[in-house]
Design a protein around this ligand. Structure first.
Ligand SMILES: [Zn+2]
Length: 192
């Protein structure tokens, strides 16, 4: 029975107690009178047995098809962009996820058509997970709610403002850029 629990997060090696106070429990070890964490997690104290242990953080976060994620564009190629994922279904994720955003169909028509730029490096973008084939998190921004939610001016680095459905503008320097915008682009704070 756990009667007391503070939800302090610890990392492996962190000091969690001294051995005069507690006995080392699950996922801890004793090191010259100091009890340290063996695993990342939260501290759990059992006040009956006076054991201190570490509970692994929640459940492993697993991304599923149809989840939505929010992250930052780290680089883009002609038909895809890499997205570093920071939020899963609106909640911060502590795992290091990267996804591949498909830009096919968003970069403009065929031969002779003007190419557009749906996302740029540094943009904050909200994406739908549409496939997990080959262990890759495949993302799309086709839906109205998905797309860039915040971006900085390529000229002067100021936050860009919404101009039209597909354009953003910089009040500072007059720069106009194109993006595939999420419906709520430019709202502050950003809704992940
Ligand atoms: Zn600017």
């Amino acid at each position: 029975m756990k009667e007391s629990k503070d939800r302090m997060r610890v990392l492996p090696g962190d000091r969690v107690a001294v051995s005069e106070e507690f006995l080392p429990g699950a996922r801890t070890y004793e090191d010259s009178g100091v009890i340290r964490a063996l695993a990342a997690g939260v501290i759990a104290k059992d006040m009956k047995s006076m054991e201190i242990s570490i509970e692994p953080v929640a459940h492993p976060e697993l991304i599923k098809v149809d989840d939505w994620v929010t992250g930052q564009v780290e680089g883009s190629q002609a038909n895809s962009a890499n997205v570093h994922i920071y939020f899963l279904n609106g909640k911060p994720t502590y795992k290091d996820f990267s996804g591949m955003l498909s830009l096919r169909g968003l970069t403009g028509g065929g031969r002779g058509a003007r190419r557009t730029t749906p996302v740029k490096t540094g943009d904050v973008v909200r994406c739908r997970v549409f496939s997990l084939v080959n262990g890759i998190i495949h993302l799309s921004i086709d839906e109205p709610d998905m797309g860039v939610v915040a971006a900085l001016c390529g000229n002067c680095g100021r936050p860009l403002l919404k101009g039209s459905a597909t354009r953003v503008k910089c009040d500072e320097c007059g720069n106009v850029e194109e993006r595939k915008l999420g419906r709520d682009f430019g709202s502050a704070p950003i809704e992940p």
